[in-house]
Design a protein around this ligand. Structure first.
Ligand code: DLL
Length: 435
């Protein structure tokens, strides 16, 4: 089902006309209300009047995470605090948190966009949604919550954590949909199994997973463990929160971007040059309807590619591929660029090991080292009375990583369930290097 048929299926030409009208307004507004933008535009020698076509956006400067940090906490807000009805913040692994604000209209827009996502997942008011995204400063919980209510579905605001209780509620209430991070979905499946619950027999039909990178292999893993259809949802606090883009049930290949609210570009992260649609690069978003916290050309550091081909669901909004990594979490191991998600993809393709892993990067004698710690399955562990079985497995993983990624990794197999589990985003890399 398409939640907002009119806007989600706008012919391209009409959509672009709408985008241009909205973009002109936002560029004007930030220039006259946010000191940072006035200075940035002046410095780049551009004025709002210079924006006559969508293509002119290229002439405007980027906004980066650093700009947000420097204007912490409220310096980039475009409305007075009396118009702000909600604040969220993203923790950020390094440095200060990023704080974002919403007017009532922003919350209404966000709720509608999340309702569109749920509808794209085939949900209606007759569904019950188990929302295990964290409630609080993180945008996941409340973002999904308001969208589910807008759709008219019954929402269980379970938030993150307390996994045993979550499993009881999944059994007793019988929700038809679940929202959480993909790593938590696997965690739930695993703990449920350990409790003796048949996790495939729950009523869950569909899962809306995002907030961290995952792979097609992980999708299959979750689908088989929970017997549901797993869909990808993307978003970031700076741009709005979850719901910036979402996969549809019909296509299941790439996430439709809410292009009537956000403009997207892909750029070469090193040069800033705008790439043609379809090429892999860093995603850059401009919000064109946000009131409280509009952003012009925000560099997400997320690496993906746009899919301009039409989708069979009938939505005209372009799709983006799953996030392949971040231009800033990329590891350089002895000169080779490696994304943790690529290592994960290798690992989950190997039978006998679990998708729980840790990467420990170090520098010893001036040489980068990477150790991959990965859990073996219960079956393999109990059959591994011969050390040889485990040794062979280690060798196999070392070879696969070498073959696929071109790096020499040390592999350490660890006991089932011995690595840390995550209730929100998984943090799988420990980079101990001092450079
Ligand atoms: O993670 C918002 C969100 C909540 C999205 C729930 C989806 C579901 P932040 O905490 O600001 O916001 O983190 C944003 O998370 O720049 C990506 O690097 C990553 N990310 C989000 N969704 C995906 C996804 C929320 N589907 C950052 N695949 C983004 C891969 C994702 N990475």
């Amino acid at each position: 089902m398409i939640y907002n048929e009119e806007f989600e299926t706008l012919p391209r030409e009409a959509l672009e006309a709408l985008q241009l009208k909205r973009l002109k307004q936002v560029v004007q507004r930030v220039y006259y209300t946010v000191g940072f933008y006035r200075r940035a535009f002046d410095q780049a020698g551009v004025q709002p009047e210079n924006l006559k076509t969508l293509d002119d956006l290229k002439r405007f400067p980027f906004t980066g995470k650093q700009d947000l940090r420097e204007n912490y906490p409220f310096g980039l807000f475009a409305v007075p605090m009396s118009s702000i009805v909600r604040l969220h913040a993203s923790s950020g692994t390094t440095g200060r948190a990023t704080v974002v604000g919403y007017t009532q209209r922003d919350i209404d827009t966000w709720s509608e966009l999340m309702a569109r996502c749920f509808a794209a997942a085939g949900l209606t008011k007759n569904d019950m949604i188990h929302n295990a995204y964290g409630y609080g400063l993180f945008t996941g919980g409340l973002g999904a919550h308001y969208g589910a209510e807008r759709l008219g579905a019954s929402v269980i605001p379970i938030s993150g954590g307390n996994t045993k209780r979550q499993i009881t509620i999944l059994q007793d209430f019988g929700p038809t949909a679940i929202c959480c991070t993909p790593s938590y979905a696997l965690n739930l499946a695993e703990q449920g199994k350990a409790m003796g619950v048949d996790m495939r027999a729950l009523k869950l039909r569909v899962g809306i997973f995002g907030a961290e990178p995952w792979s097609e292999e992980m999708r299959r893993e979750i689908e088989s463990a929970l017997n549901l259809t797993a869909l990808n949802i993307y978003g970031l606090s700076e741009i709005m929160g979850p719901g910036v883009s979402m996969e549809c049930l019909e296509g299941r290949q790439g996430m439709h971007i809410a292009e009537d609210h956000f403009l997207v570009e892909t750029i070469n992260p090193d040069t800033g040059e705008v790439l043609p649609p379809g090429e892999t690069g860093e995603l850059v978003f401009t919000t064109i309807t946000k009131e409280a916290f509009p952003l012009v050309r925000y560099r997400t550091r997320d690496i993906s590619r746009l899919i301009p081909e039409p989708c069979r669901c009938g939505r005209t909004h372009h799709r983006m591929d799953r996030i392949m990594g971040r231009s800033d979490d990329m590891l350089i191991i002895r000169g080779v660029n490696v994304f943790p998600s690529q290592i994960e993809a290798v690992l989950v393709g190997i039978e006998g090991i679990e998708p729980h892993y840790q990467l420990i990067v170090d520098r010893i004698d001036n040489l980068d080292t990477i150790e991959v710690q990965v859990e073996v399955s219960d079956e393999l562990f109990s059959n591994a009375d011969e050390v040889k079985v485990l040794q062979n497995m280690e060798r196999r993983i070392v070879k696969d990583i070498k073959d696929y990624l071109g790096i020499s990794a040390k592999v350490k197999l660890v006991e089932p369930k011995s690595l840390q589990r995550f209730e929100g985003k998984a943090t799988r890399v420990q980079d101990k290097r001092r450079i």
